[in-house]
Ligand binder design. Structure first.
Ligand code: S3P
Length: 183
């Protein structure tokens, strides 16, 4: 019951950022230490479709997958105090950003391409990186995406060389400052 004294948020925390930026790790920590329920978008979509993300891309195509992401975000607007861990491409659609902001504070997690490569190199469920697991490709795609990520975010937390506890404390502090400004 150690989580009972943590304040319930009247909004959702929406985690965005590149593949391997740490969204799932941060989500797991928030679940364990803050008792917050996590919606891991990729996982929910894979469970509902009864297929891996790679198979959804292969069978139905990327557009189909992107539409599932949008619909799930809309569904989540009616929830509070949840952590929504977005797939890396979610913030690329302006519509998605609009939907996530309706009831969410958007937290951008960042990391250097070298860090990302280290974190994703053994994963085979990231179809966009298949055959491209190198720093140049990752850095290039990251640069293309950076403007959208930054425009979508309310706060930014760098994850390089930090423990997950430090990342979460920094994030919670920044969210608190944002709440205080709002009142
Ligand atoms: C994607 C990121 C993945 C997954 C899909 C597409 C992207 O999620 O949604 O492979 O476009 O960046 P993670 O960021 O959790 O790896």
């Amino acid at each position: 019951m150690k989580n009972m004294n943590k304040k319930m948020l009247d909004y959702n925390i929406v985690l965005i950022g590149f593949m391997g930026a740490g969204k799932s790790t941060v989500s797991a920590y928030l679940n364990k230490e803050y008792g917050m329920e996590v919606i891991e978008m990729d996982q929910v979509i894979a469970e509902r479709e009864k297929m891996s993300i790679s198979d959804i891309f292969a069978v139905h195509g990327e557009e189909y997958f992107r539409n599932l992401e949008t619909n799930l975000l809309i569904e989540m607007q009616f929830q509070t105090n949840k952590v929504i861990s977005c797939g890396g491409g979610v913030a690329m659609r302006d519509r998605n950003v609009k939907e996530m902001k309706k009831n969410g504070r958007v937290v951008l997690l960042t990391a250097a391409p070298e860090t990302i490569l280290e974190r994703v190199k053994d994963s085979d469920d990231r179809p966009l990186l298949n055959g491209h697991k190198d720093v140049d490709y990752i850095g290039g795609l990251m640069e293309v995406r950076r403007p959208k990520y930054e425009a979508a975010s309310d706060i930014v937390v760098s994850t390089d060389q930090k423990r997950v506890s430090e990342i979460c404390e920094e994030m919670m502090q920044k969210l608190k400052e944002m709440d205080e400004k709002d009142v």
